[in-house]
Write a protein that binds this ligand. Structure first.
Ligand code: ARG
Length: 576
């Protein structure tokens, strides 16, 4: 059960019964301090002000109408008008039982929505680099979270697979094929792209051929299509390996590249013109948006078709949003793209809405993120200043984790060592990204992310192995635990409360696309478990009922940690 939502609703009802204005919303949050209860409601002050009565007087009235006696032991008014709620241990224990008995940890059922998640989105004939890493990792966590909740998730890998550069790439691929060196050239896509560009810039005959190929490709010419396909396939084969390594759920079936929307573009330009939204301006077709002003304070012009007939990134994103409504019937579309593309998206969506291509109810959300920075606070680069290739980064993560794990387990066999190093190394890179509020830049720091202390993957993964091992040591099956959970010690209640807060945590992550909220929760949970473990003997508890109750709490902790990490795409191992 989502306790936060439940309390919000109850208090909201009591507020209206107490005569508060219709627009007053209580803000119910987990309390920061134990003495303030488990939850604290805010918002009474604002409502009382509007009513012109003292806040405490309104609070008293709210309490008269508030009926939560079956879940709370004590409700009190504090300070200028906060309402503090102390949940009953019996009720919390019962919720924990429900979670334990359910394979989905008893989280609230959702009304399934169709949610498109636009993420990863690398470019053809280019190596995926660290810039695509954040989108891939955070977007995948969001996809996993929403699927777990029961939504119909459509993963959309908006591959950059279209544009004028393909003339040059096809011409270069042809050149390499003629030299029987295509395979080798394609092995390093970054190099391939650079060389193609060089030929284009330096060789006029080559450039002419390239320009001709663009036209033919757009006209559907078979030869050019085949060459183009080859470039797309090779890029995606390489990227697919990276996804697998990263434990990212994207498959080849999720590719919905820019080319998919290409056939829609002429119709959209014509339609925007017919609707009077787009006009000819200096040979190009432009939409002027009052919502955005240029430096001179005039409406900003967004080009949707160039003078030479070419379409732009924006035109494709207009078509793409339309497609996601018409073909995919999306209720929500979440775009995991870095913050520098915010204006681009806002412009495309403003046009989409003005043209009435999607219903008002469909939500388009830019879940943006900042850049990945080096320890020096500058954009993350190799020592020589180049962009870091993702594969190199992951290799290094593995190597570093291997050294670490070997130090801890000198006697472990190579195979297991390697597996743990993989799980920890990749987990560290992912978790470091996921645990930061995505909207800001973040500093990539090997030492911090691989530390066994703090809010890191190794800490969380290790916490999981510890909890899991208790159960193994007990040598009993979960089904043998027949006694109910009872919460008599403060540390027991604290842990159980955390456990049942998984529901509201995952709900928030699903709504806001903020995996760092899940990380913070899991970290808190692991710490609550430590507190419990140090203060409440489990296996050596004298009373068998107590022992069983505590084992149940340990079991639920292990399952919640594992499930939480799974929604983030972080693997666990049984020992490390
Ligand atoms: N391929 C683009 C890039 O590398 C990202 C695409 C993001 N998705 C979108 N619908 N525009 O910058």
């Amino acid at each position: 059960m989502n306790i936060q939502a439940f309390l919000s609703e109850k208090i909201s009802m009591a507020m209206s019964a107490a005569g508060a204005p219709a627009d007053s919303e209580p803000l119910v949050r987990q309390s920061a301090k134990v003495q303030f209860g488990d939850y604290q409601a805010n918002g009474v002050m604002g409502a009382a002000k509007k009513m012109g009565i003292p806040p405490r007087q309104l609070a008293e009235k709210i309490l008269e109408h508030l009926d939560i006696t079956d879940i709370a032991d004590k409700v009190e008014i504090a300070g200028p008008g906060f309402i503090n709620i102390f949940l009953s241990p019996v009720w919390v224990a019962q919720q924990a039982e429900f979670a334990l008995a359910d394979e989905h940890l008893n989280i609230t059922k959702v009304t399934p929505e169709t949610i498109v998640i636009d993420y990863s989105s690398p470019n053809v004939a280019k190596q995926m680099h660290v810039g695509h890493l954040r989108s891939t990792i955070i977007g995948d966590a969001s996809a996993r979270t929403l699927s777990f909740l029961g939504h119909n998730v459509i993963r959309a890998n908006h591959l950059g697979d279209w544009g004028t550069q393909f003339g040059m790439l096809i011409a270069y691929l042809e050149k390499k094929q003629n030299e029987n060196a295509a395979d080798m050239a394609l092995a390093d896509l970054e190099e391939f792209y650079r060389e193609a560009k060089k030929c284009y810039d330096e060789d006029e005959v080559f450039a002419e051929r390239a320009r001709n190929y663009v036209v033919r490709l757009q006209g559907g010419d078979e030869y050019c299509r085949t060459m183009w396909r080859k470039l797309v396939d090779i890029t995606m084969q390489q990227n697919q390996l990276t996804y697998q390594r990263l434990n990212v759920t994207l498959t080849e079936d999720d590719i919905m590249g820019e080319s998919l929307y290409n056939p829609m573009l002429p119709g959209i330009v014509a339609d925007l013109k017919a609707k009077g939204l787009a006009v000819e301006s200096e040979g190009a077709t432009v939409v002027f948006l009052d919502e955005y002003k240029n430096k001179e304070g005039e409406p900003m012009g967004v080009i949707i078709q160039k003078k030479d007939g070419g379409y732009l990134y924006t035109t494709t994103d207009i078509a793409c949003a339309k497609y996601r409504h018409e073909q995919l019937h999306a209720n929500r579309v979440l775009y995991y793209i870095d913050s520098r593309q915010h204006q681009h998206l806002m412009q495309a969506w403003t046009i989409v809405r003005k043209a009435g291509y999607i219903p008002d109810s469909m939500s388009l959300e830019h879940h943006m993120f900042g850049m990945m920075l080096g320890k020096d606070g500058r954009p993350f680069k190799t020592r020589s200043g180049g962009t870091v290739r993702l594969t190199d980064l992951l290799d290094e993560a593995h190597e570093r984790a291997l050294t670490l794990i070997r130090e801890k387990n000198p006697d472990m066999d190579e195979e297991e060592l390697n597996n743990i190093a993989r799980v920890v190394g990749i987990g560290a890179v992912k978790y470091a990204d996921l645990s930061k509020n995505r909207t800001t830049d973040y500093i990539f720091d090997w030492d911090l992310m691989l530390s066994f202390e703090g809010n890191t993957a190794p800490y969380m993964q290790y916490a999981y192995t510890r909890v899991a091992s208790i159960f193994k040591r007990a040598e009993i099956d979960e089904s043998a635990l027949t006694q109910p959970i009872s919460l008599t010690q403060p540390h027991e209640k604290q842990l159980a409360l955390r456990l049942v807060q998984f529901d509201e945590t995952i709900t928030q992550v699903a709504r806001e696309g903020t995996p760092h909220v899940m990380c913070a929760y899991l970290y808190d949970l692991a710490q609550s478990f430590s507190g419990f473990y140090e203060n409440c003997p489990i296996l050596s508890a004298e009373d068998d009922n107590v022992r069983q109750s505590r084992l149940k709490l340990a079991r639920l902790t292990a399952r919640t940690l594992k499930q939480g990490l799974e929604t983030l795409g972080i693997e666990t191992v049984d020992r490390m």
